[in-house]
Write a protein that binds this ligand. Structure first.
Ligand code: GLU
Length: 492
């Protein structure tokens, strides 16, 4: 029997609103979401806003927006951790009364700064039993009543803390290596390890799936569960995301916020696909997957134990694959506002020639990896004036300027009479090349530069077709003028 056969799965994603949603957080949210959707459970969103100095509502809003964009929907919440502070304090008092926690009247300044780092790497060593613990209960009560500032520490019991991790298997921590952690600061605020355990228990979370930087926190939280008599969830720790240099992913490695990828025009399903493969693989060398397939194939058993490398090249590759398989209509909704913003066409203009616009997207999307690529590729089709790439002119016109000019002059006549269909244009141009004893490339390269200004484009016949006769002939005319100055005479 697996862990999920007997219960309604309840997972949580508890971001701290101290910044944007980053790749690591999004990946963790996604693994929770795949898992819960697969098992028809409940996804709880909780904003961990107890760090008043660093949390703010703009960050919360930005995180929610990124989750929404990714399509990670929640069934409960957002709850705010700060709403539970009274409950946290009551629970801490309970531990105090039971002798499972004690007051520490050390230097209050130091205590506030002594916040147990939520993401310690497991290296902390237990300090010798604190003086604080040694004062009598009566004395402790008296000092507290007199208003002496103090923090409250959890009294770590002797022994070992064990759990069976859903990713890492059997885990064991020596309690002697765990310090008596502060659970309530002298300013009355609960620390991460206490608040998170309390909220997970209160919200009856069944599976805590989070980054493996939390392994040592899990040991502490299990001790709190046991002391409080709460039912423990299953824990699964997913591996860290690493930069190309093998170090933990950070800003040094490039953009890490989800917002940045959205702005760069990466397609949402591509980012989901990419994040899914950071620390998980369905096997069979399968990489390109849409969200339904990811949910279907996802399992915690196949989450890797080791960190996985964030490979931007792979993201671009996946993004290209998702472009190929996304309909022109869907892409249009993302592209139109960007074309508008770039001053290339208003949304009204685009919708007035919708069939043409969708055909253009179909033509260009196979060459695009981002919506920004598409904007760039659309320019020769939407801008009146054409921007010539110097390299394209040098290579395909100036190497034999006279021949380029003569080809364009003759093509002008051929295309002037052609029936304006891509296949008809193709057979006309092929025939023209063979009649003149030219290779097809010798004809279409100068033509491409004339009508797009660029060295590369999708099928030139489709390009001509979409540009339309008037525009093509006008551009060829401009090219001829340009080449005229020093061109000679003669047969092709
Ligand atoms: N608020 C914590 C964080 O963002 C939550 C960690 C956890 O999943 O327990 O790191």
């Amino acid at each position: 029997m697996t862990t999920v056969d007997v219960m309604t799965v309840r997972v949580r994603f508890p971001p701290s609103p101290t910044g944007h949603l980053h790749v690591g957080g999004a990946r963790t949210a996604l693994f929770n979401w795949f898992f819960v959707r697969k098992h028809q459970g409940v996804f709880v969103l909780r904003i961990e806003d107890t760090d008043r100095d660093r949390s703010n509502s703009e960050h919360s809003a930005a995180i929610l927006e990124s989750l929404e964009w990714l399509g990670i929907d929640w069934d409960e919440g957002p709850y705010f951790q700060s709403d539970g502070v009274e409950r946290h304090r009551k629970e801490v008092r309970h531990l105090l009364e039971k002798g499972l926690a004690y007051r520490d009247f050390g230097d209050p300044e130091r205590l506030i700064n002594d916040r147990v780092n939520a993401k310690t790497d497991g290296t902390e060593k237990r300090e010798p039993r604190r003086q604080a613990e040694l004062i009598s209960r009566e004395e402790s009560e008296k000092k507290a009543l007199a208003g002496e500032p103090h923090a409250i520490r959890f009294k770590v019991p002797e022994g070992q803390t064990l759990w069976s991790d859903l990713v890492h298997g059997e885990m064991k921590f020596e309690n002697a290596d765990i310090e008596d952690l502060v659970i309530l600061r002298s300013d009355g605020s609960p620390t991460y390890n206490f608040a998170v355990a309390s909220d997970d228990a209160y919200q009856t979370i069944t599976h805590v799936i989070r980054g493996d930087d939390h392994l040592s926190n899990t040991a502490k939280q299990i001790l709190i569960y046991d002391a409080m008599g709460w039912t423990k969830p299953f824990f699964g720790h997913v591996p860290m995301i690493l930069g190309g240099d093998g170090k933990r992913l950070s800003k040094r490695h490039g953009a890490t916020s989800i917002q940045a990828y959205k702005e760069d025009g990466i397609l949402q399903p591509a980012l989901i696909n990419f994040l899914a493969l950071l620390g998980w693989s369905p096997g069979e060398d399968l990489e390109f997957m849409k969200v339904d397939e990811l949910i279907d194939k996802f399992s915690l058993e196949r989450v890797l134990k080791k960190g996985s490398i964030f490979d931007l090249k792979k993201l671009e590759w996946l993004s290209g694959k998702h472009f190929d398989s996304t309909s022109a209509e869907e892409i249009a909704t993302l592209l139109s506002p960007r074309l508008n913003l770039a001053g290339l066409a208003t949304e009204d203009e685009l919708s007035s020639k919708n069939d043409w616009y969708l055909a253009l997207i179909d033509l260009l999307k196979t060459r695009s990896r981002t919506v920004i690529d598409l904007v760039e590729l659309s320019k020769p089709f939407l801008k009146k004036e054409i921007d010539f790439e110097e390299e394209a002119i040098r290579k395909h016109w100036m190497k034999d300027q006279d021949r380029a000019r003569r080809i364009l002059v003759e093509l002008n006549a051929v295309l002037g009479e052609a029936d304006w269909q891509a296949d008809e244009l193709e057979s006309r141009i092929r025939l023209f090349a063979s009649d003149k004893g030219l290779k097809l490339g010798q004809v279409i390269h100068p033509l491409r530069v004339a009508v797009t200004g660029r060295e590369a484009s999708p099928s030139i016949f489709e390009v001509l077709y979409l540009l339309g006769r008037t525009c093509v002939l006008e551009r060829i005319g401009i090219a001829i003028d340009y080449l005229e100055s020093s061109a000679g005479e003669g047969e092709l």
